[in-house]
Ligand binder design. Structure first.
Ligand code: GLA
Length: 722
C-alpha cells in the first residue's frame, strides 16, 4: 500500500518496497532527503548535516547555500552553480528561476498526461508540489506517483505562465535526483545501427557524464535511460537505481558529480534543440520519468522496470495476449516480390504453423528500391495487380493473419506527395534538403500532416483486412525547420513533432483496437517506454545474427520484458554479419521475445524445415511463459563467451532456460549454470532430458549444460514442476 506521510516540513512517500523523502526548507525550497529501501521514518538531520545545511531547516539564499542543497528541481542562475533542471527566459532576457512550494496536495491514483504517453494504475498515490516563482509569474507542479507494486517513483513537471507576458522555457527536464555520494558505476546503453544498446559500465568520476540524442528520436546510438549500480553490485546483489524517460524524442540523461562527490541525475528533453514559448495562461507538460530502486542487484532493478512495462504502460488487446508467430518477407525478398512469390512464402509458413504473414517495405508507389514513394501509400499494382485486399484475403484463407509495413512519418523527394506538398517536409527554406536513405521527414508538428499520416494508414486498416502494422522510422532529423512555425517557435519543432506523432498513434490504436502494432526504427532506434505505451512490441534490431542478438536482447532486458522485444530467426549466412549459426540457436534466442521468422522457408532443407516446425509447436506451448514470465539474466555475453537466461512463469510451475556459447571450447566440462526465480521447494523435470531436480538444487548447485558441437551452440530447455 502506498502512503504519503506529511509531517510539518517532511514529505514521505512509501510503499512496501521503497521510501522517497523530501524536506521543505525555509521559504519552501524542497530538499531531497532519500530514495531507497522503505523506511519507517526519517530524521532529516543526517542529510542536512551531510550537506552542511542548518539542522532546523532555516535557509538563506546568501553564500553558497543553494549550491550545496540537494534539490528536488534545481534552477541554474541564482546561487546553485551546478547544471539545473529548469531554465526560463523572461522578457528582460534573464533566465533565473526561483520556484518555492506554495501548496502540497495528494491524490489517489495516477492522473494521465494529456497528449503524452504516461504510466497508469489505480493502486497508487500521487503527491503534487505546487511551486511558484512570484517574481516572474511562473507556476510549476512537480508530480510524484508511487504505485503499490513498484519499488520506484514516476515523476513529471507541468508549468503554467501566470504572468502577463511571454515566458520562454529553455529547459524543462522531467527528473532531478540528488544522491548523497558518488560511489556508483554508471551503466548506459549505447550503440549504432545493428549494434543497438551495448551495455557500457564505468565508474562515476567527478565531473559530468552524459548520453543524449539530438536525432529527433531516442536513436540507435543512445537510450533514454541510465542506471547507477554500486561497484560491487551484480545481477543478484547490491544496490541499483534506474531512471528511464517515457518519451521517444531528443533527450539528455546525465550525472554530475560535484566537488563534494555528491551526484545529481538529470533526465529529460534535450534542451540543445528545444525551447517553448509560454504565452500568459498557457501550460507545458514534461514527459514522465520512471525511477526504480533495487537492493537485489541489476536483476532486481529490471524486475521493477518489467513490472512498470507490464502493469502500468502497455495497453490494449495484446498487452497480455499471446503474440502471433510471424513471418516477415523483408530479408526473404527485399523489394523484389510479386503476389505469387509472397503467397508461396506464406503458404509454406502456414504449413509449418506460422500465424501471421507480414508484408514489409516495397508494396506502394513505385518502390523498387529505397529511392522513392514514401508518402504515396497506394498499392503498387505492378507487384500486386489485384490490390492489397485480394492479397490479404488469400493470406487469411491460408489461416494466417495479415500484417503490413508502413513508414508513415517519411516522405521521398520522388513521391507524388512531395511534388504536391514540398513544404510538408521538415526543411529550411533556401537550404538544400539533406536526405538520408533518400528520404526526408514529414513535419508532424503540422495538423494537416498528422491527419494525412493518420488517413494513409487508417484507410488500409479499415479496407484491407490488416491485423498487424510494422510502424517504421528510418532517418534522423536535419534541416530542422517547419514552414508553419513562427521564428520564435522553431525550437519547439522536435517536441511538437513528438506530440503530433503521439496524437496520430493514440487515434490509430484507439480506432483499431484489434490491430497489433510493432514499433521499428531502422531496427531498435526508438526502443523506449514512450513507444511501448502505443505499441506493445518493438523490433529489437535489424541485426538478426543469433550471437549479436544475445547481446542486444540481454541489454534490452535491463528495462524491457520479453513481450516488448521483436526477435526473429533469419537465414544464414546472416545478412548483417555473414555468420553461420545453427537453426536451433537462432530459434532459441529468438523465442525469448516476440517470435517470428525473417526468411523464405522454401529455401530451407527438409531437416531445417522440420526444426522450424518443432520450434513453432514448442513456442505455441510455452509462449505464455516466454512472453509474460519473469525474466532473469544468468550469464552475460558482455563478460564472456556464454549467454544464459531463464523465464519463469508467474506461478513458478514452468520455466524456459536458454544457454548459448559463442565459440566452442575443446575438452571443456559442461558448464554448471545456477538458475534463478524458481520455487526452491518444487521439483522440476527438464522436458528435453527427462532429469528432475528441486528448485533449490537448480538455484544453488545449478544445471549442467551439455552443448552440441560447434560454434554458436545452444540449448533451450523447458522445466516443469511435477
Ligand atoms: C528498416 C527496418 C527493416 C525493414 C526495412 C525496410 O531498416 O528496420 O526491418 O523493414 O526498414 O526498408
Amino acid at each position: 500500500m502506498t502512503e504519503i506521510i506529511i509531517q510539518d516540513k517532511l514529505l514521505h512517500l512509501r510503499n512496501d518496497h521503497v521510501s522517497y523523502c523530501m524536506y521543505l526548507l525555509e521559504g519552501g525550497i524542497p530538499a531531497h532527503l532519500y530514495f531507497g529501501k522503505r523506511l519507517a521514518g526519517i530524521n532529516p538531520a543526517a542529510v542536512l548535516r551531510h550537506y552542511e545545511l542548518p539542522a532546523d531547516g532555516s535557509f538563506s539564499l546568501q553564500g553558497c547555500a543553494l549550491d550545496h542543497t540537494p534539490h528536488e528541481y534545481p534552477a541554474f542562475g541564482l546561487g546553485d552553480l551546478r547544471e539545473g533542471a529548469v531554465s526560463v527566459r523572461q522578457k528582460d532576457g534573464t533566465r533565473s528561476v526561483d520556484l518555492r512550494v506554495v501548496k502540497v496536495e495528494t491524490v489517489e491514483g495516477k492522473p494521465g498526461l494529456s497528449g503524452l504517453p504516461a504510466t497508469f494504475g489505480s493502486s497508487a498515490r500521487t503527491l503534487f508540489l505546487h511551486m511558484k516563482d512570484a517574481l516572474i509569474g511562473l507556476e510549476a507542479t512537480l508530480s510524484y506517483t508511487m504505485f503499490d507494486d513498484v519499488a520506484g517513483v514516476v515523476r513529471s513537471v507541468s508549468f503554467k505562465n501566470v504572468s502577463d507576458s511571454e515566458l520562454m522555457i529553455e529547459r524543462a527536464y522531467s527528473l532531478c535526483l540528488e544522491l548523497p555520494d558518488s560511489r556508483y558505476d554508471l551503466i548506459t546503453l549505447s550503440g549504432a545501427w545493428s549494434r543497438e544498446r551495448e551495455m557500457i559500465r564505468r565508474p562515476l568520476t567527478m565531473g559530468e557524464m552524459r548520453v543524449s540524442s539530438l536525432k529527433g528520436a531516442t536513436s540507435l546510438h543512445n537510450s533514454n535511460m541510465l542506471f547507477l549500480a554500486r561497484p560491487e553490485t551484480t545481477e543478484e546483489q547490491g544496490e541499483a537505481i534506474g531512471a528511464a524517460l517515457v518519451y521517444s524524442g531528443n533527450f539528455t540523461a546525465a550525472v554530475h558529480v560535484d566537488s563534494h562527490r555528491t551526484s545529481r541525475v538529470l533526465l529529460g528533453i534535450n534542451d540543445v534543440d528545444f525551447a517553448w514559448k509560454l504565452a500568459p495562461g498557457e501550460t507545458f507538460q514534461t514527459p514522465e520519468a520512471v525511477t526504480v530502486y533495487s537492493d537485489a542487484g541489476l536483476g532486481g532493478m529490471s524486475a521493477q522496470f518489467h513490472r512498470v512495462c507490464a502493469e502500468h504502460l502497455v495497453r490494449g488487446k495484446y498487452a497480455r495476449a499471446p503474440r502471433p508467430i510471424l513471418l516477415n518477407n523483408w530479408e526473404a525478398t527485399y523489394f523484389g516480390f510479386n503476389e505469387e512469390k509472397l503467397l508461396k512464402i506464406a503458404k509454406t509458413a502456414a504449413d509449418v504453423g506460422v500465424e501471421l504473414f507480414v508484408l514489409d517495405d516495397g508494396w506502394f508507389g513505385h518502390r523498387d528500391s529505397d529511392n522513392s514513394s514514401l508518402g504515396d501509400w497506394y498499392v503498387d499494382t505492378k507487384k500486386l495487380p489485384q490490390g492489397m485486399k485480394h492479397l490479404s484475403d488469400q493470406v487469411h484463407a491460408m489461416g494466417l493473419k495479415f500484417g503490413l509495413w508502413f513508414e508513415p512519418e517519411m516522405i521521398s523527394p520522388d513521391s507524388d506527395l512531395y511534388r504536391a506538398h514540398p513544404d510538408w517536409a521538415i526543411h529550411i527554406g533556401g537550404r538544400e534538403g539533406i536526405q538520408q536513405r533518400q528520404q526526408l521527414t514529414l513535419d508532424l508538428s503540422r495538423e494537416d500532416v498528422q491527419d494525412y499520416v493518420y488517413e494513409s494508414v487508417a484507410r488500409h486498416l479499415a479496407e484491407d483486412g490488416i491485423d498487424y502494422v510494422k510502424w517504421d522510422m528510418n532517418r534522423n532529423f536535419s534541416n530542422i525547420g517547419s514552414a508553419l512555425l513562427p521564428a520564435d517557435r522553431q525550437k519547439e519543432l522536435p517536441h511538437r513533432y513528438m506530440l503530433g506523432l503521439y496524437r496520430v498513434l493514440e487515434k490509430l490504436v484507439s480506432s483499431f483496437p484489434e490491430v497489433l502494432f510493432e514499433s521499428c526504427s531502422s531496427g531498435g532506434g526508438r526502443f523506449d517506454l514512450g513507444m511501448l505505451y502505443y505499441m506493445p512490441q518493438t523490433w529489437c534490431s535489424d541485426n538478426t545474427d543469433a550471437l549479436c542478438r544475445c547481446q542486444i536482447q540481454y541489454s534490452t532486458s535491463l528495462v524491457f520484458p520479453p513481450f516488448a522485444m521483436g526477435s526473429h530467426v533469419s537465414a544464414v549466412p546472416n545478412h548483417q554479419t555473414g555468420r553461420m549459426t545453427p537453426i536451433e540457436t537462432r530459434g532459441n534466442v529468438a523465442m525469448s521475445g516476440c517470435f517470428g521468422y525473417e526468411l523464405d522457408l522454401n529455401t530451407l532443407c527438409t531437416e531445417e524445415l522440420e526444426a522450424v516446425r518443432r520450434q513453432i509447436a514448442r513456442v505455441k506451448e510455452i509462449r505464455q511463459t516466454l512472453l509474460y514470465g519473469d525474466f532473469h539474466r544468468l550469464l552475460s555475453p558482455y563478460e564472456g563467451n556464454d549467454t544464459a537466461w531463464i523465464t519463469v512463469s508467474k506461478d513458478k510451475n514452468e520455466a524456459v532456460f536458454m544457454f548459448t556459447r559463442a565459440l566452442a571450447k575443446s575438452f571443456a566440462y559442461p558448464p554448471l549454470v545456477r538458475l534463478r526465480g524458481l520455487d526452491a521447494q518444487k521439483a522440476y523435470t527438464v522436458a528435453e532430458t527427462g532429469e528432475s531436480y528441486t528448485g533449490a538444487e537448480l538455484m544453488n548447485l545449478g544445471i549442467a549444460v551439455k552443448l552440441p558441437w560447434g560454434d554458436a551452440a545452444s540449448v533451450s530447455w523447458t522445466l516443469r514442476s511435477n
